[in-house]
Write a protein that binds this ligand. Sequence first.
Ligand SMILES: [Zn+2]
Length: 170
Amino acid sequence: MILICSYCRKIMGEKQPIEDTRQTHGMCSDCHSRVMRQLEGISFADLLDDFDKPVAIINEEGRIAAANNKALQMLGKPLEEVQGFLGGEAMECAYARLPEGCGNTIHCSACTVRNLVEDTQRTKKSSTKTRVFLKTDEGELEILLSTSYVDEMVRIVFEEITLVSPSGNA
Ligand SMILES: [Zn+2]
């Protein structure tokens, strides 16, 4: 797979399996230091505490600023592969791997996750258990998301996740 920096879109090299020519995302060391500087001194503890469900904080650019341990378990990734990444990249949206990238493909304007987060950002209103869909390599996921506007960012709580149509490799 072709490894591309999620931020500056610099090609960082290749990654197994080599014969798979799709893109995957990482973060180059320059961008990593920049993100870490931006996030320094921001305490997310208050925003993430007291949830027994996966929670993430999305910034204005649509990037994940913070995620609690339950969210990392759900994604099966360490924090450094989640923090700073675009939502679709962190959640392994199948479309985020297209060359245009998360947010810029022809599928993105219809993305229910993106629209919900943008709505919350714009209206500053919370939503409870809104049904959204996400296409991943495993199939289509139906997710009940609750959102709220916190410190100019959007907090999302993954209330429930169901695999509605597994992608069968017939
Ligand atoms: Zn970079």
